[in-house]
Design a binder for this molecule. Sequence first.
Ligand code: HEC
Length: 187
Amino acid sequence: MSRFSLISLSLISSLLLAEPLTQDQAIQKGSVLSSALVQKLSGELKAQMQSVGVVGALHFCTQNALVLSDQIAQESNTSIKRVSAKNRNPINAATPEEQTILHQWEGLLQTQQPLPAHTIQGDSDGGYTYYKPIIIANEACLKCHGDIAADSPLYKAIKSTYPEDRATGYKMGDLRGMIVITLPKQN
Ligand code: HEC
């Protein structure tokens, strides 16, 4: 058999064998991947804060937060981002559709109602998008997202890297943003 037909045979069988992703599987996959991302980022952040201090850790986030998230996305054949209504990195600005979900969750928090662990939406191509709230649950987050003294080296470092920064002034329990994971139709 020629090489071409072997390849096309294996392609056809993999297409036939691939089961479409169910909503439950999408939720499970979203939950595993979002936990992996949170664990990876917070582990690295903690180590950096201890070894190079807060300004060094800020630069570490600038250089590595997106890279680490892309790594997890590539390994799992998904796309992963962290978005916010008050973003630091312009790349992480929420789209109008994402803003709607964030506003809904803000409303729940304002009326002292619990947030859902996640929201899942079916996409028009048969895949799913998984959304997970990011709450400020750790005092360490406030070091770079709380009230930062305008005469501090950290403030200068933030302003020089992110002139449009909107990600300060947060308090414990605030909604910082969300993780958005796009899961393709096939597992
Ligand atoms: C050492 C400073 C520092 C600390 C501490 C820190 N962050 Fe950030 N954070 C950053 C920087 C810098 C960015 C922008 C880099 C990026 O993700 O592209 C960022 C971006 C984010 C984003 C993406 C949205 C945006 O605004 O760009 C979220 C969500 C976020 N941080 C949540 C947290 C949470 C939750 C904690 C506590 C566990 C935390 N951060 C602690 C520096 C920090």
